[in-house]
Design a protein around this ligand. Sequence first.
Ligand code: NAP
Length: 210
Amino acid sequence: MKKIGIMGGTFNPIHIGHLTLAERSMEEYGLDEIWLIPTGYSYMKNNSSILSGEERYTMTQLAVADNQKMKCLDIEIKRPGYTYSYETLEQLKERYPAYEFYFIFGSDCLFTVENWKYPERIFKNCKVIAAVRNGACMDEMQRKKLDLEQKFHAKIHLLSFPNLEISSTDLRQRIRMGKSVRYLIPDAVASYIEEKHFYKDEQEKIYENK
Ligand code: NAP
């Protein structure tokens, strides 16, 4: 049975924090591949301040073009309406019934996932890998993990992960201020951002709300 790591994200833009987490998860849990899935239309964010799905998909594709074990899917940016993870997982499970899916996310999501749409349908179709950044309280994470496992019959792995002080919000701000993003974003993605003049305008200030 193939083990596939699913990593969803706004990826506005994708950075080495996302990619390192994907790589570490693959190594730690013996995953065969990682599928990165840029989100479509979020009901939780100000979408007018986020680059289009196609642009974020292109950047994510560029980020993994040289890695045979990682690929980028456009299923969320193509799906009409708001993006919900339960739908993505059900779609993937239907298309690849023999695969085992691992949904990779930051441990912050452990505290919000219950409020996502149909969390029980998320946990039914995947195991979860939650990245616990160094410095976070492991006891608290363990309690939350057990709580979710009991409530939803979920299977959750806690992955200890270095706290890479890097976020898409900071990167957009650096670009707007003309600062370097070298070594923080893959070169191919950084060149694409420069060529397209993304995140440069004053308008980009509203990106700060993520
Ligand atoms: P994002 O900000 O683009 O980040 C993607 C993932 O990478 C997040 O889990 C994030 O964890 C992690 N990450 C970011 N920077 C990192 C770093 N430096 N080191 C390690 N990890 C890092 O993603 P998002 O917009 O929050 O969405 C995450 C997923 O949740 C998506 O698939 C989205 O569709 C899903 N979601 C679904 C629902 C729903 O179905 N109702 C609601 C909300 C989100 P942190 O968040 O901990 O930084």
